[in-house]
Design a protein around this ligand. Sequence first.
Ligand SMILES: C[S@@+](CC[C@H](N)C(=O)[O-])C[C@H]1O[C@@H](n2cnc3c(N)ncnc32)[C@H](O)[C@@H]1O
Length: 215
Amino acid sequence: MNADLNATRQHFDLWAHDGSAQRMEHHHAYPTQVAFEAVEWDPAWRALDIGCGSGWATRLAAEKLYLGSVVGLELSPKMAELATNLSAERANIEILNNDLFGADLAETSFDLVHANESLYYILPLAEALKKIHGLLKEKGTLLGIVDYYTENEASHVWSEQIDAPMELRSEAEYVQLCQAAGFTSVTTRRILHPAATEEGSWQQTVGSLFVRAVK
Ligand SMILES: C[S@@+](CC[C@H](N)C(=O)[O-])C[C@H]1O[C@@H](n2cnc3c(N)ncnc32)[C@H](O)[C@@H]1O
């Protein structure tokens, strides 16, 4: 494993059991809810949740895909273990402990890919998007949610606080990179979080960047 991946893996191993996994679920749930509502789900779909953390969104997707299945992909062994334990009762979930480029995932085998706050850890981002494009079936959709992006100035300091390499890109660059990866339709929107978040915070001013890209 290269040094970058190892740093990311170790960072999220620490976050698996210090309350951060629950905190991320709390903060990331709303944008995923909005992103999931933007799609017309077929219950027989096969989905991939990249950087699934504790697997909360994997389980939400699995509820919708009661005739299909969901793979939760997670680099950190401790996060993957947590996701596996929390998902044990769901027969249509498989948690894989690997990175996007190393995982044994068949090309054109997914109808939907969800990635909440994980894309910018998978470097280079341009290659990650090409890989995701290859994993999707024709007309398959990527739902990407990104809080660390150029227009969210409050997020820039995270690269100093989080001991893992991260790629900072703008909204326009996400669109360009998705198009360059081969996606035919790419749209973005900002998701402002509900009033429960701190007044004047980035969640209420610039919000989460939601990238929807169709193959
Ligand atoms: C900020 S967390 C978000 C976790 C989860 N999506 C959530 O919202 O709670 C980013 C996750 O992506 C995972 N990750 C980072 N790089 C990855 C890679 N190359 N392949 C798979 N997972 C990766 C990390 O281990 C971490 O659990």
